[in-house]
Design a binder for this molecule. Structure first.
Ligand code: GLA
Length: 457
């Protein structure tokens, strides 16, 4: 499956026909010609395994129905023209061989350009074909459902199709994970992998280096409900995300140094674990004995590693974390190693379905949230409140999903109580905060959706 290219369908699915024809209408209005195909890439919700993909550990997401669709026509004038059905996103035009991706300004078309550039480079094209594109997104922005990666992936897929090429889902996903870093965020590869490798009806365990996927059947007596706390967080617009990536890197390097390994070789906790030949619980013990509580000042990190601040910038920091002066290392490391263990257990429970499986999965989700909130400090008051309300309303498990600091929670709810659950969350969270009008898009049950594909117009 993952070794195959994304499917090219000659028929548009019945339930998408109306939407696709509206996008086509906008396309014709804007460009005065008809699109030749549509590219589609979904957003995702991560069930468990937060902030561990960039540390080399497996995660367990599924695609959501909400997606990005781009209607495309090729043109031979060497131009890329981008327009969005939603007029709050301004039009953009550039030459196919001459444009800049401005990482200090995460405006919408820069994500398109990441996918466009990544695919052009992958195909070895210095002059990819010109394209006219009409974009329509239904993934809520800055909500932890991966709207940005869906756009990067969709743009890459559109560029591949427009240039008449084919690459496997796996290759494209790997490439999209790297090219999204043109925008400055040093994310892992979860979002891009699931956007391409998702399959209707099943969640996926995604592992990295090399990228691989396995289907994970979820219990049939529960429903997964997404709820947006309505605090927006654009991870490319602040240094919070990259600070976490750097903290993980520094923690790996310090432990490597203390264990007499060549610390410069270590950027990820998973590589460190492999080198030490330790289990995840042994790693938790090692972290406890090597890293102290509280913050490490930058000067202390330099002293332990035996480098100057300039050298540290080269070995460990990113452009937007050069100014960070203190790092939490122990808490971050404890989160990552324990969360990696929870993902393994979650997959095992799904696969073996022991008695009380949903209860075990729910506890793992609850523990994951606590660890994200307390140890990784990537939640916010509103999201913590929402998760608490979800559990009180009948969820067996609830946790923040995606990068955090705002955005969505994912809750596992027994099918038998979904209606009362939804009613209680509407009342206790949305109505209580004057967010009643947002309920329609902010609170919804979701099922594992399908991955990225092309549809001929
Ligand atoms: C973002 C990144 C992912 C992952 C999550 C947190 O979505 O793009 O790679 O790190 O945050 O789990």
């Amino acid at each position: 499956m993952a070794d195959q290219p994304p499917t090219v369908n000659s028929d548009i699915p019945e339930n998408s026909k109306e939407r696709f024809s509206l996008i086509k209408e906008q396309f014709v209005k804007k460009f005065g010609c008809e699109p030749i195909f549509f590219a589609r890439a979904p957003g995702r919700v991560n069930l468990i395994g937060e902030h561990i993909d960039y540390c080399g550990y497996g995660v367990l997401p599924m695609a959501v129905e909400q997606d990005i669709v781009i209607a495309v026509a090729t043109q031979d004038n060497g131009k890329l023209n981008l327009s969005n059905v939603d007029s709050q996103y301004v039009d953009f035009e550039c030459d196919v061989a001459k444009y800049e991706i401005n990482s200090s300004n995460p405006v919408w078309y820069n994500y398109f350009l990441c996918g466009f550039r990544g695919m052009s480079e992958m195909l070895g094209l210095t002059e990819p074909t010109g394209m006219q594109c009409m974009v329509h997104g239904l993934v809520p922005c800055n909500a932890g459902l991966s709207s940005s990666s869906a756009l990067v992936c969709c743009a890459a897929l559109a560029t591949m199709q427009a240039n008449g090429q084919q690459r496997s889902k796996k290759e494209i996903a790997d490439m999209c994970a790297s090219c999204e870093r043109y925008i400055g965020t040093q994310g892992g590869g979860m979002d891009q992998a699931i956007s391409f490798m998702a399959q209707m009806g099943t969640a996926k365990k995604i592992d990295f280096n090399p990228l691989r996927e396995e289907s994970v059947m979820l219990p049939s007596d529960v429903v997964f409900v997404v709820s947006n706390c309505c605090v927006e967080k654009n991870k490319a617009a602040s240094s919070d995300f990259n600070t976490r990536v750097v903290e993980c890197r520094l923690a790996s390097q310090i432990i490597a140094k203390v264990k007499n390994l060549d610390w410069r070789q270590f950027k990820r906790f998973a590589d460190l674990q492999r080198a030490l030949g330790a289990s995840l619980s042994e790693m938790v013990a090692i972290v406890g004995s090597v890293l102290h509580e509280g913050a490490y000042m930058k000067s202390e990190v330099c002293e332990v590693l035996g480098v100057s601040q300039e050298e540290l910038a080269q070995t460990s920091l990113s452009a937007n974390t050069l100014q960070v002066s203190e790092f939490q290392l122990r808490k971050r490391a404890l989160h990552v190693y324990s969360e990696a263990g929870r993902v393994e257990r979650f997959q095992e429970v799904c696969n073996t379905a022991p008695p009380g499986a949903s209860g075990i999965l729910g506890s793992l989700m609850n523990d994951s949230h606590t660890s994200c909130s307390v140890m990784y400090e990537c939640s916010c008051t509103e999201l913590d409140d929402l998760v608490k309300i979800c559990v009180e309303a009948g969820a067996i498990g609830s946790r923040l999903t995606g990068a955090g600091w705002g955005g969505c929670a994912i809750s596992m709810v027994p099918s038998s109580v979904v209606e009362s659950f939804l009613a209680a969350v509407v009342e206790k969270y949305y109505q209580a905060r004057g967010l009643g009008p947002r309920v329609g898009e902010a609170l919804f049950a979701t099922q594992p959706g399908s991955g990225a594909a092309v549809y001929l117009a």
